[in-house]
Design a protein around this ligand. Sequence first.
Ligand code: GAP
Length: 517
Amino acid sequence: MAQQEDVFKKIVSHCKEYGFVFPSSDIYDGLAAVYDYGQNGVELKNNIKQYWWQSMVLLHENIVGIDAAIFMHPTTWKASGHVDAFNDPLIDNRDSKKRYRADVLIEDQMAKYEDKIQKEIEKARKRFGDKFDEAQFRSTNERVLENQQKYDNLHHRYQEAMNAEGGIDLDALKQIILDEEIVCPISGTRNWTDVRQFNLMFKTEMGSTADGASTIYLRPETAQGIFVNYLNVQKTGRMKIPFGIAQIGKAFRNEIVARQFIFRMREFEQMEMQFFIQPGTELDWFAKWKETRMKWHQNLGFGAENYRFHDHDKLAHYANAATDIEFHMPFGFKEVEGIHSRTDFDLSQHAKFSGKKIEYFDPERNESYTPYVIETSIGVDRMFLSIMCHSYEEQVLPDGQTRTVLHLPAALAPVKLAVFPLTKKDGMPEKAQEIINDLRFHFNCKYEEKDQIGKRYRRMDAIGCPYCVTVDPQTLEDNTVTLRDRDTMEQRRVNIADLRGIIEDKVSITSLLKKLL
Ligand code: GAP
């Protein structure tokens, strides 16, 4: 675990050192849980967004995109339930003065029981080899049964507290924390305050205060911009159900527990798609979107074992089914995307609060209804983090030297090709520039002439550039260059005229999209 934490720290430093992610307003020592993307980070981020956008809007004839404003009419948030129910239950430790989410403390405790069970199972699997029967072991091993019992009890109490009538039962949450003897990770004590509710929306004012400015919110999710535009898009696009509306944009949450770098930020970016369907078909569509979205993730080639679904026990106020796609980060399996069956909650609420009729006339059934919605919602920044974590490697080479390399999927890499003149003379820089001038229209290229070739390779490995080309004296004679592969480090001699053909397909988003079909 400590080793994994070290790796994570190194990834965070790497992100800063190589222009991926900087703390916001760094010269003023940063702003908690807010980050800026640097020259390489923004390219990677744009590529992630393109991969998502094109998989939604290009590959589905019945999905269109929008770009709604961040500011929305304040009633939006009353209707959506965010003013009343977008709260985290918080608890403070009096000794460390640290504030925690009570639900997270309890979920971490449940995860501890699960880990204990898993460890017993792994030990037994090693011992019994092929003959191991997991189901039988789970139902007979004493330690597993004991931890399962503890887990089930806790889970039951937690469910009751979170889903109590009239909202979360804050006293019950505190009692669970006391009964489970959960300690503050900083002070190690159980000196807890009561649990309180805290709304996560940022408020600001629109108009001058003299005019009686109105309080508005920075949107905590992009989804509501889609719901309030449902009628506009359906009518002007003559969309027929089932259809989807996709959007990428910033969202803001006043997160109290802001940890783990860009995993939990106060300003972040979401890629959301609301899919409007006939009521009664939601569980089928929910299953289809689960499958489609998992395929999108696994298509990056990081290994199926690094993903899992986590079905929700506690459903958000709008959902009748929900799951997370979790990715294996250095700090455990963590949510990257949520898939929610939101029923007709949002459209009905907006109809009620706006007084507008928000329905769909189904010509085949000759009837009107309020569509149900399946939502897929993924955080760009969490996706970015998962890609960074999986791609980062400190490699020991056969000659004993080391290199830090980012094995980014080539289609997402910020720079696709680096071109180096072997030396700064004899026309080699000009030839290298000529190659770039020719290829820059097709993919992102970078020219580098400083330092020895070995050092230049290392710099490109560190930003995940999949290909490097070196122009040497032979190039000037026969128009060939050495092409070096980032992952294998193999070099081969190729014609300049063939470079585009060799590289373009491998580094294009299209190559990823084709594998989805
Ligand atoms: N519209 C539904 C919705 O917003 P959510 O589960 O609260 O659902 C969806 O958020 C995704 O947004 C999450 O899976 C995560 O990737 C991302 N996300 C949420 N809060 C975040 C935060 N504070 N920092 C970074 N990403 C966040």
